[in-house]
Design a protein around this ligand. Structure first.
Ligand SMILES: Nc1ncnc2c1ncn2[C@@H]1O[C@H](COP(=O)(O)OP(=O)(O)O)[C@@H](O)[C@H]1O
Ligand code: SF4
Ligand SMILES: [Mg+2]
Length: 374
C-alpha cells in the first residue's frame, strides 16, 4: 500500500483570528529557553561510580515566537533530541529554565506538567513504535482526550474529525490497526494523535526523516496547512537541511550541545556566518544537479561530547582555527544583538582573531570555505 492512492485532501477550515488560550498576549514568546543544560552521567569501574558526563545540551538559549516555525539542525549526536525531551519535560534539565507562554515549566511553580502536556506535543521519527499495535487508529487518537476527561463518544468524534483533517477517511481507516497502514499514513495518525488534546505547539523530532521523498513532501505540506488551521507553533528538528529550509521561519544550528548560529531562514541559507553552518550547507544533497559537489564538504567525526574541545568546540575541524579559538569559547551574544547571531571569533571585532571583522566571501557554494577545505 502506498501513501498516495488512499489519501483524501485534508479538510481544513479558515484560520482562527485569535486564540483564547493565549495568556501572555501575541507578543509574549510561546517558548523562552535560557541556559539549558543536560549532562548525562556515565558510570563505570568496579564500584559503578560516575566517571564522567555526556554534555548533551550545554547552555542552550533561544526563543520561539507565537506562530513561527523554528528549525533545529545539526549532525547526529549534537543534542537535538535531548533538547526536545527537555522542552517536553520528559527529562529534567540540570540548569537553566524553560518558560511556556510566560509561565515557568517546573514541578513546583508555573504551568503544571499536565497543562504542559496538553499544550505541547511531540511527533517522533519512528511512526510505528509511537502507536499501540493493539489499538485501532480511531481509539489511538481518542485515547489522549479520553484520559484527560473528555467523554468517550466525544473523544471518538474528535478522533474521526482529526483523521479527516490529516487526510485519512475515518470510515476507511478508523477501524484499521497500525500494521495495516503505510509509513506515511502512520505518521498522519501520529500527527492527529498529537493534535487530539488541542495543543498550541508541536515539537517534531525527525518527524519526516523515515519517509520516502514523495510522502515526505505530502506530510510537510500537511504540517504547513495544519499549522495555519490550528494556529500552531512548531519546533522542527531535522538533520536534513533542505527539509528545514522548506518549513522553517528561523533556523538554529547546534554543534556538540551548543548553539553556534541562529537566524532567519534566508539569512542562514544565503549568508551563513559560522564555518560549521557553511560546511553543513555544502554537505546537503541538492535536487539541482548544477548545485552538487563532488568533494567531501566536512571531514572527521564530531569530537566526543564527554570531553569536548576547549574554547570553540568546532576548533578541531575548523580551517580558520587560531590560538584564541582553542583558548576562549566564542559567545552567541544576546537577542539584542539582532536576529542573526553567530558564535565565532571571526565575527567578533574584539576577539583577537586575525580575520575578526573581515567578512568571508560567499557565493552559492561558499568558495572561501571550500578553498579552506570545509
Ligand atoms: N540517556 C542518555 N544517557 C547518556 N547519554 C545520552 C542519553 N541520551 C542521549 N545521550 C547522548 O547525548 C548526546 C546527544 O544525543 P541526542 O540528543 O540523541 O542527539 P541528536 O538527536 O542530535 O542525534 C549523544 O552523545 C548521545 O549519545
Ligand atoms: S571561533 Fe575559531 S574555530 Fe570556532 S568557528 Fe570561529 S574561526 Fe573556527
Ligand atoms: Mg535525534
Amino acid at each position: 500500500m502506498t501513501g498516495n492512492n488512499t489519501m483524501t485532501r485534508p479538510q481544513l477550515d479558515p484560520v482562527p483570528a485569535t486564540d483564547p488560550r493565549d495568556r501572555g498576549g501575541p507578543l509574549q514568546p510561546m517558548l523562552i529557553v535560557r541556559g539549558l543544560k543536560k549532562h548525562f552521567p556515565i558510570r563505570g569501574g568496579v564500584l559503578n561510580q560516575t566517571i564522567g558526563h555526556v554534555r548533551a545540551v550545554d547552555g542552550v538559549s533561544f526563543t520561539v515566537q507565537k506562530g513561527e516555525t523554528l528549525g533545529i539542525v545539526g549532525e547526529s549526536g549534537c543534542g537535538k533530541s535531548t533538547l526536545a525531551r527537555l522542552l517536553m519535560h520528559l527529562i529534567r534539565h540540570d540548569e537553566g529554565e524553560v518558560i511556556f507562554d510566560g509561565d515557568p515549566v517546573s514541578e513546583t511553580q508555573g504551568i503544571s506538567l499536565r497543562d504542559l502536556r496538553r499544550s505541547l506535543q511531540m511527533v517522533f521519527q519512528d511512526s510505528s513504535s509511537s502507536l499501540n499495535p493493539r489499538k485501532s487508529i480511531v481509539n489511538s487518537i481518542a485515547y489522549g482526550p479520553w484520559v484527560h476527561g473528555v467523554p468517550k463518544i466525544e473523544s471518538q468524534r474528535r478522533a474521526q474529525d482529526l483523521l479527516r483533517k490529516v487526510g485519512l477517511r475515518p470510515e476507511q481507516f478508523g477501524l484499521r490497526f497500525p500494521h495495516e497502514l503505510s509509513g506515511g499514513q502512520k505518521q498522519r495518525v501520529n500527527i492527529a494523535r498529537a493534535l487530539a488534546l488541542e495543543p498550541r505547539m508541536l515539537i517534531l523530532d525527525e518527524a519526516v526523516s523515515a519517509l520516502d521523498k514523495s510522502v515526505e513532501a505530502q506530510i510537510l505540506n500537511l504540517l504547513r496547512s495544519l499549522k495555519k488551521h490550528f494556529n500552531l507553533t512548531y519546533v522542527f528538528i531535522s538533520h536534513d537541511l533542505n527539509v528545514v529550509r522548506y518549513i522553517s521561519d528561523r533556523v538554529l544550528v547546534m554543534y556538540l550541545g551548543e548553539v553556534v548560529e541562529i537566524g532567519p531562514v534566508d539569512d542562514i541559507y544565503q549568508g551563513p556566518k559560522h564555518p560549521y553552518t557553511m560546511a553543513l550547507l555544502r554537505s546537503r544533497l541538492s535536487p539541482d544537479p548544477d548545485d552538487r559537489l563532488d568533494d567531501a564538504p566536512i571531514t572527521g567525526d564530531p569530537p566526543n561530547p564527554i570531553n569536548p574541545p576547549s574554547g570553540c568546540r568546532f576548533h578541531t575541524r575548523c580551517p580558520f582555527t587560531e590560538d584564541v579559538c582553542k583558548a576562549v569559547a566564542p559567545s552567541l551574544g544576546t537577542e539584542e544583538a539582532g536576529p542573526h547571531r553567530v558564535a565565532c571569533h571571526m565575527h567578533d571585532a574584539a576577539s583577537g582573531h586575525s580575520r575578526a571583522g573581515t567578512v568571508l566571501p560567499q557565493t552559492r557554494h561558499q568558495p572561501a570555505a571550500a578553498a579552506a577545505g570545509l
